[in-house]
Design a protein around this ligand. Structure first.
Ligand SMILES: Cc1cc2nc3c(=O)[nH]c(=O)nc-3n(C[C@H](O)[C@H](O)[C@H](O)COP(=O)(O)OP(=O)(O)OC[C@H]3O[C@@H](n4cnc5c(N)ncnc54)[C@H](O)[C@@H]3O)c2cc1C
Length: 470
C-alpha cells in the first residue's frame, strides 16, 4: 500500500492512459470495502485505486474511529464480516488475533477498524494508493474526472463517493442556531472535547440514539462524579440485543398497494405470530432487513413521508439496538441516579459564559450544565450542507438530493443521478448517503453488498474502456 500525495498533472492534458484510475473519496468502512472489492475482484494490472481520506488513516471513519474500547459494535461479529459470502471471516480473525472466541460477541469498534485495515492490506498491491487529504471538488473533464484537494489534483476514470456520515446539524432553538460557546459541543465524535470536561460536570446530551449512548458511556465511565441528562422528543433509548436462538423471522409483505400504516400493521401482526411460536420481536425486525430496500421502493413518496413522521422512531429503537453489555451499563447509571432520560426536548438555554442554564423535558426542569452535546445524528440534507465537496458537486449538477433529503439520489447499481435526472457515467456512491433511495444503507451488512456491486460496475466500465479503440 502506498501512502502519498499525488503529483499535480496539467488539468487538461490527460492523454488516454493504459490504466483505469478509480478515485474512492472517503476511507471509512465504505471506501475501504469498495477498494477491497475492486482489488480482490479484478486481476487487471491496469486498474489503479486511489483512496482519498481526509484524516490520512483508512478503515476508521466516524464509526470505527473511536479510541474508547467501551464503544462496542452494535451488531454481532457473525453479521459484520467484510464479505457476505464468508460470514465467518470476522469471527475467525477475532479468534486468530486473540480478541474473542465468541461468534455472538459485540467487539470494540476500534478492533473493527483494525480488521478492515488488515483485510485491505491482504489485497493491497502496487495498484493501491492512499492519498491523505480532503477532496474539495470533482470536475468532469472529457468523459473522465479531475479530483481536486486544496493543493493537488489528479485524474480519475471512475469515482466512488464514500464520504459517509456528516456531522449533526447545529442545534436550533426558537429558530436560531445555538451560539458557539465553551459549553456547546457540536461534534459528539470528538472524544477529546468530552474527556476534558470537569470531573463533576453536569452534561445535557441532546439525542437518545446510539451515538448519545456512546457519549454517556465515555462521560460517566471516565468521570464517576459526573451527571448526564439525556433528552429527546420522545425520550426513548434504543432497545437492547438479547441472546437469540433464531436470527430472522421472514414473512413476505403481501403484494399490492403498500402504505406506511399497512406496513406497520404487518410488522405488528408478525410480531404477534412470532410470539405465538415463542419467537421474540427482534427476529421479526431482523427478518425484514433484506427486504427493506424493496419495501421502501414500494411505498409512494407520501407514504415514505408518513413513515418518517409516524413510525420511524418506533422502528429505529428496535432496529438499531445496543449491545447487552452497553444496555447494562446504561441501566446501572440510571439506577445510580447519575443518568436521567427525559422526553420533551429542550425548552430554552441561557448562556452563562463557561456554563449554561437549560430548561429540559416535558415538565420543564432547570439544569445548570457545563456542557450541551449535540447527539442528534448525522445531518443528511445536502442542500443545507456547508461541506465543500457537496457544495461543489451540487454546483456542477453531479448530485441531487433525494426527495426526503435523507441523502443523494442513486440508481440500484450505485450510479449517481445528476441534476438533469440522468445517471452520471462513472460516478458512484456507497454507504449512508444512499439512505433516501434504500432506507437501509448505513450498516456493514448493506454496505459490503453495495461495495461489491459498485466494484463490479466500475470493473465492467474499466473493461469497456480498455476494449475501446484508442
Ligand atoms: C458512531 C457510529 C457507530 C456505528 N456503529 C456501527 C456498527 O456497530 N455496526 C454497523 O454495521 N454500522 C455501524 N454504524 C453505521 C456506519 O455508518 C457504517 O457501519 C459505516 O461505518 C459507514 O462508513 P462510511 O465509510 O460510509 O462512513 P464514515 O465512517 O462516516 O467515514 C467516512 C470517511 O470519509 C472521509 N471523508 C469525508 N469526506 C471526505 C472528503 N471530501 N475527502 C476525503 N475524505 C473524506 C471521512 O474523513 C471519513 O473517514 C455506526 C455509525 C456511527 C456514526
Amino acid at each position: 500500500m502506498v501512502v502519498t500525495h499525488l503529483p499535480t498533472p496539467a488539468a487538461t492534458a490527460y492523454a488516454p492512459a493504459p490504466h483505469h484510475r478509480v478515485a474512492v473519496i472517503g476511507g471509512g468502512a465504505s471506501g475501504v470495502l469498495t477498494a477491497i472489492n475492486l482489488l480482490g475482484r479484478s486481476t487487471d494490472p491496469g486498474l489503479r485505486v486511489e483512496i482519498h481520506e481526509a484524516s490520512g488513516i483508512v478503515g476508521r471513519g466516524v464509526a470505527y474511529g473511536t479510541n474508547d474500547p467501551r464503544h462496542l459494535l452494535n451488531v454481532r461479529s457473525r453479521h459484520m464480516s467484510a464479505f457476505p459470502d464468508i460470514p465467518s471471516d470476522l469471527i475467525e480473525w477475532a479468534r486468530r488475533t486473540g480478541r474473542s472466541e465468541d461468534p455472538q460477541a459485540f467487539l470494540p469498534r476500534l478492533d473493527f477498524a483494525t480488521y478492515l485495515q488488515d483485510r485491505l492490506s491482504q489485497v493491497a498491491d502496487h495498484r493501491l494508493t492512499i492519498c491523505a487529504g480532503r477532496v474539495d471538488d470533482v470536475v468532469p473533464v472529457g468523459g473522465r474526472f479531475e479530483i481536486r484537494t486544496n493543493d493537488v489534483s489528479s485524474p480519475a476514470d471512475s469515482v466512488v463517493l464514500a464520504y459517509g456520515n456528516q456531522p449533526p446539524r447545529p442545534l436550533v432553538l426558537d429558530g436560531d442556531e445555538l451560539p458557539a460557546a465553551p459549553w456547546h459541543l457540536g461534534n459528539p465524535w470528538d472524544l477529546g472535547a468530552l474527556r476534558v470536561l470537569p470531573a463533576d460536570a453536569t452534561i445535557v446530551v441532546v439525542g437518545t440514539g446510539l451515538t448519545a449512548v456512546d457519549t454517556v458511556i465515555t462521560l460517566l465511565e471516565e468521570g464517576p462524579q459526573r451527571r448526564v441528562v439525556m433528552v429527546s422528543r420522545q425520550g426513548r433509548l434504543p432497545k437492547a440485543h438479547v441472546a437469540q436462538l433464531s436470527t430472522a423471522w421472514v414473512q413476505p409483505v403481501p403484494e399490492g398497494l403498500l402504505t406506511a400504516d399497512l406496513l406497520a400493521e404487518h410488522v405488528r401482526e408478525q410480531i404477534g405470530a412470532a410470539a405465538a411460536q415463542d419467537v421474540g420481536w427482534r427476529a421479526v425486525v431482523d427478518g425484514l432487513r433484506a427486504a427493506t430496500p424493496s419495501l421502501w421502493k414500494r411505498l409512494p413518496l407520501a407514504e415514505r413521508r408518513r413513515f418518517l413522521d409516524v413510525h420511524a422512531r418506533e422502528w429505529e429503537v428496535r432496529r438499531h439496538r445496543m449491545a447487552p453489555e452497553v444496555a447494562a451499563r446504561i441501566r446501572a447509571f440510571e439506577d445510580d441516579g447519575r443518568l436521567s432520560v427525559l422526553p420533551g426536548g429542550i425548552a430554552s438555554i441561557a448562556d452563562r459564559g463557561l456554563h449554561c442554564q437549560v430548561l429540559v423535558g416535558d415538565v420543564p426542569t432547570p439544569i445548570t450544565a457545563q456542557a450541551v452535546v449535540n447527539c442528534t445524528g448525522p445531518a443528511t440534507d445536502i442542500t443545507r450542507s456547508a461541506d465543500p465537496l457537496l457544495l461543489a458537486l451540487r454546483e456542477r449538477g453531479l448530485v441531487t438530493p433525494d426527495p426526503l433529503r435523507l441523502g443523494i439520489d442513486t440508481l440500484d447499481g450505485g450510479e449517481l443521478v445528476g441534476e438533469d435526472g440522468r445517471a452520471v457515467p462513472g460516478l458512484f456512491a456507497v454507504g449512508p448517503p444512499r439512505k433516501g433511495t434504500l432506507w437501509e444503507s448505513t450498516a456493514i451488512p448493506e454496505i459490503r453488498a453495495q461495495a461489491a456491486a459498485v466494484a463490479d460496475g466500475v470493473i465492467a466500465r474499466a473493461s469497456i474502456g480498455a476494449a475501446a479503440p484508442a
